[in-house]
Design a protein around this ligand. Sequence first.
Ligand SMILES: Cc1cc2nc3c(=O)[nH]c(=O)nc-3n(C[C@H](O)[C@H](O)[C@H](O)COP(=O)(O)OP(=O)(O)OC[C@H]3O[C@@H](n4cnc5c(N)ncnc54)[C@H](O)[C@@H]3O)c2cc1C
Length: 278
Amino acid sequence: MRRGPDPGTLDHALAQQALAAGAEIRFNETVRHPDRGDVVAWGPRRAYILAVGYLFTTDLADGTFAVLDDRLAPQGYGYLLVHRGRATLATCLFSDFHREAQYLERVLDFFQRRLGFTMREPRRFGGFRYIGVNPPVPGDHLFFAGEAAGVQDALWGFGIRYAIRSGSLAAAFNASGDRREYIRQWEEKIGRPLRASFVNRLVFQAGGALGYRLLLRWIAAGRSPGDRLRRLYAPAWWKSAMFPLAHRAFGREERPVLAGCICSWCAARAGEAVAGPA
Ligand SMILES: Cc1cc2nc3c(=O)[nH]c(=O)nc-3n(C[C@H](O)[C@H](O)[C@H](O)COP(=O)(O)OP(=O)(O)OC[C@H]3O[C@@H](n4cnc5c(N)ncnc54)[C@H](O)[C@@H]3O)c2cc1C
């Protein structure tokens, strides 16, 4: 799946659907004070994950590769996706944001040494992601959707499916309708898997390098990686029991904005009050 404004991307397809349904799209306008009843989907306001990478063209055959190694992506992952000559290579960091450039170069070096490719027309990209650390109570999210509501997988930071689910639930909400049904659906589609993802993250971080190795072996030993990942992501009673602990442990690291730092997090906050370098 591709993102962006071009035909054939998710964003373009959603825009076309919205226009066909009679919506008006206004670009380059900022909403400062949403009205009651609005669905607010303005994306992340804080950073828990930082992703930085390259988009490029290449002769490599189609493939999907990921690496778990704190020297390349602290508590996160590096990846390389190739589809019909277009490639995305990135590092996703859950810690140590200010050294994003160093981690990105290490991921690039890692994949180049193993797969031996050259990048053509590389374009750098970067961004940050937010995950709600307030307990995901449906009422709080009534008219907030996607990352504005913090609904994002806490294990690896996948938020597209949650953004679409929460957006469509919020848009379909009828204030005079059955609120309990809304909450039931929110629980099933968002609340339970989201809480399970916090526990996945706790276990993932606690496992460290040995845990990463065992996890990758377990995924590789399955019928298909998708099959194993579905099991990993599935809610379970023991995950519900562990959620309060996982939630307390999540996102405790301070993310100071440093004067003069050009990482994606500091750059996005430029202009706000900044702390001096440590
Ligand atoms: C580099 C990167 C890679 C990612 N890869 C994946 C992936 O592989 N799979 C996955 O599932 N997720 C991925 N994610 C996360 C995913 O992109 C997000 O979770 C998802 O796009 C969130 O959707 P959203 O609509 O809530 O917010 P966004 O996609 O951030 O959209 C918010 C929009 O609101 C606009 N906006 C902001 N403030 C205002 C305002 N005041 N008024 C009007 N408009 C405003 C912004 O300009 C933006 O266009 C990735 C994120 C990043 C940064």
